[in-house]
Design a protein around this ligand. Structure first.
Ligand code: THU
Length: 150
């Protein structure tokens, strides 16, 4: 397996285990394709997520976006790494839309994918989504992330 980042072996193992256990909690009655994800936030904390499907298919939530949303809504402002697990023979990388959502908080994030088959892939968001549009392209930095409590 090629590795690209400064993640330690222990951090990789934590990310992979978190993504794998999240896949077991996926709600995927329509596709039967269970996906788990885990985000390593800048604080060092992990945030998991899984795909959550809906009878109205277009509303299905993807695991990567669920985990990014989880991290952001818990107060994380950056993503150091995102791991994905699928119960497939080969690893699955995030779809294009998920890459763009990862880009918002993790422009230099490491992306890992593991699978039931045992293989692992490790790459970077920059490699998966080169020359991406991001917050800085709006011409100014985003304003405060949180609403002030009155
Ligand atoms: N899915 C994800 O959660 N992440 C991916 O990277 C690929 C696809 C989900 C969406 C849907 O619930 C199911 O997998 C089949 O596409």
């Amino acid at each position: 397996m090629a590795t690209t980042s400064a993640l330690t072996a222990r951090t990789r193992a934590r990310l992979d285990a978190s993504a794998r256990s999240a896949a077991a909690r996926a709600y995927a009655p329509y596709s039967q394709f269970r996906v788990g994800a885990a985000v390593l936030g800048g604080s060092g904390r992990l945030y998991s997520g899984a795909n959550v499907e809906n009878a109205s298919y277009g509303l299905c939530l993807f695991a990567e976006r669920t985990s990014i949303t989880h991290a952001s809504s818990e107060g994380e402002s950056s993503s150091v790494a995102v791991a994905v697990y699928t119960p497939t023979p080969t690893p699955t990388l995030p779809c294009g839309a998920c890459r763009q959502v990862i880009r918002e908080f993790g422009p230099t994030a490491t992306i890992r994918s593991t699978c039931r088959g045992g293989a692992a892939v490790e790459t970077s968001l920059e490699a998966l989504l080169p020359a991406a549009f991001g917050p800085e392209d709006r011409g100014r930095r985003p304003t405060a992330r949180r609403l002030r409590r009155s």
